[in-house]
Design a protein around this ligand. Structure first.
Ligand code: ZN
Length: 308
């Protein structure tokens, strides 16, 4: 399977917990190089994923291979030997243990935490004085390098591979419509209310129903996925909508996913087919668990069904 991974650097922080003294000028210089070498090494190690798992929709790291690759890469980049440094902690945050991203990660030994948005390899390296960096009066210090993996969707062939980031079964994601839209609820295509003027079932008010409602028994807490790839521009609570995710697809095209029980993405995040935006629920104003799905062009709501 042809899969090209885009590496997204997410965190790179000097840990000061083990730093006893401060020799800022020389330290800044030496840390700079160590930081870059760690970054390169983490990047190289990032290539070690289990391809068979990727084909089933999960990113899982080949941990022993990744560890070996990381050591080789780091030693090559830093000119350190294994006696000069110690891997204090190394973490493989992948779909073998984490089913929902973003995930709050805490490194217990070194007192570090961060929010991990996608599968990530993270390494904490402790080096000793003058083993690699010069001029510091410190005995040792620790740094962290990490890389996050996100498939670059235009380089992935076919729907099956596109779903590699998903918690949704590939088989449940239908083919795209002629306009490139995927159905946002893999678990049902049952429409309970169409776009158009209606008397609102709760408020009694007659007004435009600006989207399509999708529901079926058992739909509560099942995932909703983006109809097209795009960038999350809003993820949060709005009166009426409840928990809602809004995704921009460029050229003024936007989709909205409302009444969610929970939200799985954050504003600014890039999402593609198979990414779970959230779980269907009954927040905001509604009569029961359903997805309220909207398509807007330059802010004006259009009938979502015309995109399928
Ligand atoms: Zn609705």
């Amino acid at each position: 399977m042809e899969v090209i991974l885009r590496m997204v650097f997410i965190a790179f922080i000097a840990i000061s917990g083990m730093v006893m003294n401060h020799d800022l000028t020389t330290k800044a210089q030496s840390l700079h190089y160590l930081k870059e070498d760690l970054e390169v090494a983490a990047h190289d190690a990032a290539l070690d994923i289990v391809e068979s798992e990727l084909a089933t929709g999960r990113i899982v790291f080949d941990q022993s291979k990744a560890m070996t690759t990381f050591r080789n890469s780091f030693e090559k980049n830093s000119n350190l030997s294994s006696a000069d440094y110690e891997i204090v902690e190394m973490h493989f945050l992948d779909h073998s243990t984490i089913t929902t991203f973003p995930h709050r990660f805490e490194a217990t030994k070194v007192g570090f935490s961060d929010v991990i948005t996608a599968p990530t390899i993270m390494a904490f390296i402790e080096t000793k004085k003058n083993a690699y960096y010069g001029g510091s009066s410190e005995e040792s210090f620790t740094q962290v390098a990490s890389y996050t993996y996100q498939p670059q969707e235009q380089n992935i062939l076919g729907v099956n591979a596109m779903a590699s980031r998903a918690n949704v079964s590939v088989a449940m994601i239908g083919n795209a419509s002629s306009q490139g839209f995927h159905w946002p609820v893999p678990f049902t295509d049952n429409v309970t209310s169409n776009f158009g003027m209606r008397t609102h079932p709760v408020t009694g008010e007659r007004k435009l129903h600006a989207g399509t409602d999708i529901a079926t028994p058992g739909v509560f807490n099942t995932p909703t996925i983006p109809a097209k790839s795009g960038t999350v521009i809003f993820a949060g609570y709005i009166a009426g909508y409840g928990n809602v995710v809004m995704v921009s697809h460029g050229n003024g095209l936007e989709t909205r996913y409302a009444h969610l029980n929970s939200i799985s993405v954050a504003a600014g995040q890039e999402v593609g087919l198979g990414d779970v935006l959230g779980k269907i629920g009954n927040t905001g104003v509604g009569t029961g668990p359903h997805l309220h799905f909207e398509v807007r062009v330059n802010g004006v709501p259009y009938d979502p069904m015309t995109f399928y």
